[in-house]
Design a protein around this ligand. Structure first.
Ligand code: 6PG
Length: 251
């Protein structure tokens, strides 16, 4: 695991953009495709805006980049709470990624359980594996951290945390806003990735960060503690505020 502490949220965004570009180029060089899952929330918004700028956008092999989401709020894309809508406005509408490479959750296709099941089938089709067999291996999964320690839409105290069979499941809203039903990757998918990259900024995240990185936190209380890629890398990008309660800081 690598923990990097950046001076502020802007520096964190630049570092994340560099890692995104690097991951995309390496994946295409080695495997011909870059399979990436985006995250929602407010922190990645600035990353997506930066990736849309020509310096980054021109360095990313968009034709070979397949874009998924790690979780979604069950609302239409044009709802301001939609994670995909946010990514689309900030990034995907501004770069030459083919429409056929975009895999948003089908939030208009039914109830949350149906949306999750359809998305799991999409993963199975695109990755050409049978559901419930070994989970798909993403090159990069971007992750956020909620103040309560959730990641994706895997919230404290819920039985979604111990799901071992399904790749994608529905989740009722957690206690943090917005209070909408979700569909989310499960930990088996997150932990199968080649690289999990947390983007965590702000003082309101400091307690959860400390509990997870120093306290050996219980996953039922701080779900993001369950992110431990089996074969892949785990990187935590923190700004100083998010890292402010860590006793030992990496040099
Ligand atoms: C969501 C998320 C969620 C998010 C964290 C952090 O749909 O809400 O994907 O897991 O990443 O809540 O969000 P912020 O960056 O807004 O704090």
């Amino acid at each position: 695991m690598s923990i990097e502490i950046l001076i502020d949220a802007d520096a964190l965004t630049v570092r994340a953009a560099d890692l995104f570009v690097q991951a995309s180029q390496e994946a295409v060089r080695e495997r011909g495709q870059f399979m990436v899952a985006l995250t929602g929330g407010s922190t990645p918004k600035t990353l997506y805006a930066l990736l849309a700028q020509s310096r980054y956008a021109e360095a990313i092999p968009w034709q070979q980049t397949l874009v998924f989401e790690g979780d979604e709020r069950c609302v239409p894309f044009d709802d301001e709470r939609s994670n995909y809508g946010m990514a689309q406005r900030a990034l995907l509408s501004k770069v030459p990624v083919p429409d056929g490479n975009l895999f948003p959750f089908p939030t208009d296709a039914g109830d949350p359980a149906q949306i999750a099941a359809l998305y799991q089938q999409t993963l199975a089709d695109v990755f050409a594996i049978t559901p419930l067999d070994a989970p798909p291996v993403f090159d990069l999964i971007l992750l956020g951290l909620g103040d309560d320690g959730h990641t994706c839409s895997l919230f404290p105290g819920m039985n979604t945390l111990t799901e071992t069979a399904a790749w994608v499941i529905s989740s009722p809203p957690g206690t943090l806003p917005p209070p909408v039903d979700r569909a989310t990757f499960t930990f088996p998918v997150v932990n199968a990735a080649r690289h999990c990259l947390f983007l965590v900024a702000g003082e309101n995240k400091a307690e959860a960060v400390r509990d997870i990185l120093e306290g050996g936190a219980d996953i039922h209380r701080r779900p993001a503690a369950a992110v431990r890629p089996v074969h892949g890398e785990l990187t935590w990008l923190l700004d100083k505020a998010a890292a402010s309660l860590l006793k030992t800081t990496p040099s």
